[in-house]
Design a protein around this ligand. Structure first.
Ligand SMILES: N[C@@H](CCC(=O)N[C@@H](CS)C(=O)NCC(=O)O)C(=O)O
Length: 197
């Protein structure tokens, strides 16, 4: 399929992030139950969040990041109109997470005190906002204090691994910030970048 993420486990190949998370949680001994509970009702709730994620949070976050930041690197122009539309989807999604799935005193989604694969998937989606201009990122996440706290809780619950898997993202963040700073200090470079918009 030429799609990432994908895994190979022996002769078994699999793509689609949520299918991979479920496979890893079920097929390796010793994975704690809270990641993907055996309880059918808890599992169903996790599936509900994962399915919702794809057409809401992922759509908003991915299209916003591409249309404001990544498009030139992918070979097409920035599109601020598409970005504005994506920001509405992203904002509505963050609002839903804050008011519904982080309702109550649990540290993680669905009122849980321990993380599940849904926390991993949704927090990783939000992490791509790291590559944005700082002001844009602050404007988007600023109103959602519970979301910000939950991101920190998920980072702490997966310490070391979290920064390890986000290494590529952190490096891209530095590179893109340097490009923005250079564009601001060099008008000719700014014009060249704008010509791609
Ligand atoms: N629904 C997929 C989305 C993954 C996805 O969008 N992958 C992109 C890169 S971030 C990709 O591989 N695109 C290439 C393609 O679809 O051909 C998942 O959750 O794994």
């Amino acid at each position: 399929m030429q799609q990432v993420p994908a895994i190979v486990d022996g002769r078994f190949k699999l793509f689609e992030s949520h299918a991979i998370l479920i496979y890893l949680a079920c097929s390796f001994p010793g994975v704690a139950d809270h990641w993907y509970p055996a309880d059918v009702s808890k599992r169903a709730k996790i599936h509900s969040v994962l399915d919702w994620h794809h057409s809401n949070l992922r759509r908003g976050a991915m299209l916003y990041v591409i249309n404001t930041t990544l498009a030139p690197a992918l070979g097409f122009p920035l599109n601020l109109q598409a970005a504005a539309k994506a920001e509405k989807t992203l904002d509505a999604s963050l609002s839903k997470i804050e008011s519904i799935w982080l309702k109550g005193s649990g540290k993680f989604l669905l009122g849980s005190n321990q993380p599940s694969i849904a926390d991993l998937s949704l927090v990783c989606e939000i992490m791509q906002l790291e590559v944005l201009d700082e002001n844009d990122r602050a404007r988007i996440l600023g109103p959602y204090s519970k979301v910000q706290e939950w991101i920190e809780n998920t980072k702490n619950a997966t310490k070391l691994h979290f920064d390890d898997v986000h290494g590529v993202l952190y490096r891209a963040k530095v590179k893109l910030r340097t490009q923005r700073e250079n564009a601001q200090s060099q008008p000719s470079l700014k014009a060249a970048l704008q010509s791609k918009m």
